[in-house]
Design a protein around this ligand. Sequence first.
Ligand code: DX5
Ligand code: ZN
Length: 221
Amino acid sequence: MSHLIAPSILAADFANLQRDIEMINKSEADWVHVDIMDGVFVPNISFGFPVVKAAKKHAEKPFDVHLMIVEPDRYLENFKETGANGITVHYEVCPNLHRTIQHIKELGCRAGVALNPHTPVALLEDIITDLDMVLIMSVNPGFGGQQFIGNTYKKIRDVKALSRRYNPDMLIEVDGGVDEHNAAKLIEAGANVLVAGNSVFSAPDPSAAIAHLKHPSGILR
Ligand code: DX5
Ligand code: ZN
């Protein structure tokens, strides 16, 4: 399968959200990545339900909701109602992860688990058959525009190895500091969904930046 591109609207111009969503509609992007931050799990607050709903009204592509919040179980229904097609929760805040994942699936959403840069991939071994996606954080969650952490390549290779063994159809998403320089290497390591905030929305031509991520130069396969 060719890899997917999920531009993160955290880096969009919120005063022109409709324009930026329409740019995504017309681009080669596959999903819209929606970052929800609560100021507790991460040291930043992004936006909530009214903004997600407003964005959804204009979007033609699936919403990939990344919950950087504590107690995500309390809000899964709400995110489904605001238009989430996939919901990703953080391993670090889910004491009953198996239950959380089943709940997301019962809602009819793709179920994902995100790992912070310090969280070992090996911890997923007994849940991986239940997952539709693993999100490897390549920065510490909380802010856009941070520097990519190099250890991510190794983590993606580790998830890919687990996935080959237990769940070959599972998606592997990478989030944070992704740009046209590391895209090919990430895909070669095993990533098949690239999230990109600043490298898309700070580009002079965001749609062209999405196209570069979709067709990165230097890709070997
Ligand atoms: C970071 C968020 C990311 C962020 C990525 O906590 O999860 O999705 O928007 O932004 P860039 O691509 O600018 O690092
Ligand atoms: Zn994200």
